[in-house]
Design a protein around this ligand. Structure first.
Ligand SMILES: Cc1cc2nc3c(=O)[nH]c(=O)nc-3n(C[C@H](O)[C@H](O)[C@H](O)COP(=O)(O)O)c2cc1C
Length: 397
């Protein structure tokens, strides 16, 4: 079975002269077993007809954000949900700029913003345009957002110039889309990830919490899902939307998170403890709001259950990966955590920096296991998530 069998590929065709090759891209995707639907931009429609793409894809071509009938059922959201991957081939400089600036100015850019599936772009333009600072900067922005770039080829162009910027061969484009779905060591594995911050109440309106946003755990979940795993997310307070392909369980306190993990752990192959769980909870939660008295207030805190340690001690324990958020003696503390908890690896986060770790979209970590450590330099959490999952697969599966 090829890697695109029954996969839903949404193909965006934008206004490059190379749009005349789009029907061939559709055919090559279909050769690999994909079901293809097409969004044609206004620019794209100058170079290839809707009818050709409809005939080849055997589906209605979508070309209008303001299609009243389609939008009766929220057409652009439906398209975003239908897609397992979105490919833009050819991707014009203008469409690339729309994506880089997060615009929703036409059907294609709106669908891209509304989707949570992998996105690939195959640029095609004149070599001078391709080499321009503007296009380069936009492509770099997209790559940081984990959009896969299918490099343009070098060669003779429609305008007669010779250089980089030609659309990659259709077969190569289809192959690269297929690579996204290739079975990995994580295919079919069950993975439970905790993420976000716990909130420990002290009275009906106040709680003790931390700065965790859940972004790192969410990026790990995306990477696991991309790699074919079945993901369960036990989350505290988070500031991001979670991948809809995961099963999500809300657990806002350390105790609830512990219980949700224990209730769901028996079937799991891998456990990743990424949540920032409060080490202490208030011994007594006041029934009524604590009133200002002008005097010192002493809260008695009791240690919360150590979720990672408890899972590591289970008879039938999954592969256990913990996160260590440290501000001092980083490596030493992380190695101690690895030993004390009995887990298989610790991912060390320096949370003393403003531009990585908590809340930030970027992070830099050190992956530490019994055999040594691997430093993963600063990158988007999405890219780090993929790298971490790759390392877990290579080391433990
Ligand atoms: C004859 C002609 C050829 C063009 N070829 C390209 C091209 O190969 N790549 C590109 O990025 N833009 C090209 N353009 C410019 C785009 O078509 C233009 O920026 C358009 O607004 C893109 O719209 P879209 O991104 O919404 O599809 C070309 C324009 C013309 C008139």
């Amino acid at each position: 079975m090829s890697s695109l069998t029954n996969k839903h590929i949404l193909l965006g065709v934008s206004g490059s002269i190379a749009a005349y090759k789009a029907p061939d891209v559709v055919r090559r995707l279909q050769d690999l077993g994909a079901k293809v639907r097409v969004i044609l931009t206004q620019g794209g429609a100058q170079f290839i007809t809707e009818l050709s793409l409809q005939a080849i894809s055997k589906n209605k071509v979508h070309d209008n954000l303001w299609d009243k009938e389609a939008e009766l059922s929220m057409g652009h959201i439906e398209l975003a949900k239908w897609a397992d991957a979105i490919l833009i081939a050819p991707a014009s400089a203008n469409t690339i700029a729309n994506l880089a600036s997060g615009k929703a100015c036409d059907l294609l850019s709106s669908v891209i913003l509304a989707s949570d599936c992998p996105i690939l772009i195959a640029p095609a333009m004149n070599q001078q345009m391709y080499a321009s600072d503007g296009v380069k900067a936009n492509l770099s922005t997209l790559s940081k957002r984990n959009i896969t770039l299918i490099q343009g080829e070098e060669g003779e162009q429609a305008c007669g110039d010779i250089g980089e910027g030609r659309l990659a061969e259709s077969g190569e484009i289809a192959k690269q889309v297929g690579l996204i779905f290739q079975s990995t060591k994580l295919s079919g594995k069950k993975i439970l990830i905790t993420l976000g911050a716990t909130m420990e109440p002290i009275d009906p309106v106040r709680y003790i919490t931390n700065h965790s946003s859940g972004k790192m755990g969410s990026a790990l979940a995306d990477a696991c899902i991309e790699a074919g795993a079945q993901v369960t997310l036990v989350h505290g307070n988070i500031s991001i939307a979670l991948n809809q392909k995961a099963t999500s369980i809300s657990a806002t306190t350390a105790e609830k998170m512990y219980q949700s993990v224990i209730d769901n752990i028996s079937k799991q192959d891998i456990f990743i403890a990424c949540a920032a769980v409060s080490d202490y909870s208030s011994k007594n939660i006041e029934k009524n709001k604590i009133k200002k008295s002008g005097k010192n207030l002493i809260l008695e805190l009791t240690p919360s259950k150590d979720i990672l340690k408890e899972v590591c001690q289970l008879d039938k324990k999954p592969i256990c990966i913990g996160f260590a958020a440290e501000t001092q003696n980083l490596v030493e503390n992380a190695k101690n955590k690895l030993k004390n908890k009995g887990c298989d690896a610790i991912i060390l986060n320096d949370v003393s920096k403003d531009d990585s770790g908590f809340k930030s979209d970027e992070n830099e970590v050190i992956f530490i296991d019994q055999k040594g450590s691997v430093k993963l330099p600063k990158n988007s959490k999405q890219k780090l998530g993929r790298k971490i999952i790759e390392i877990i697969g290579d080391k433990f599966l």
